[in-house]
Design a protein around this ligand. Sequence first.
Ligand code: ZN
Ligand code: ZN
Length: 238
Amino acid sequence: MKPYFYDLHIHSCLSPCGDDDMTVHNILGMAMVKGLELIALTDHNSCKNCPAILKAAEGAPLTVLPGMELCTSEEFHVVCLFPSLKPAMAFDEYVYSHLPKVNNNEAIFGKQQILDEQDQVIAVEPIMLAGASTISVEQLPGLMAQFGGFAFPSHIDKNSFSIVASLGLIPPELGFTCVEVFQPNTFFARPGARLITNGYRVITNSDAHYLGDIAEPERQLELESPDFYGLVKSLRVR
Ligand SMILES: [Zn+2]
Ligand SMILES: [Zn+2]
């Protein structure tokens, strides 16, 4: 076991709220400058920039996991990670078929750019990615088993798109073993906060939408290996 610096929740310019500078090379470059060793690309309801970042990361001294920040029908954000591109893109296709077919309004919400590994824009996603899918959080355990992924509720301490803000707790039957707390110092100062996360592995990621927000090398996870299997082995243990 060895400690690795991580950031498992990063948005690219495919997320409408993600800055245009969040290209695959810029994200990789910034993660490497900061000394991160394990990162994940997690755009809203889409994995379509994962092929580019995984290709661009070949030979780089860090591991990039393909992922997505799913917005469930209840408007909970949940980060879903995958061991490789194939299951990630299969999940992407599944989620895409469960998105309301509403066109994105770039002027209001921002661009949704799909890149190649050279940072060239190869397509623009026309369907709005930021809204709720028709997938219920209750479906997630089954979907993660089906697609071979690992999911954890995002930013449970935020006021919006948070399972805890809505329900006040994490229903145990959902089978999550890990939760993301965005600002642990503030959250754990709240009375009762430890009761909410009791029994869960707590991690903190940047949820970066701008390059400068990508995590500093401040937090580490003890892993057997800095990859999906090492990560899941660690985070599945309560
Ligand atoms: Zn979120
Ligand atoms: Zn996010």
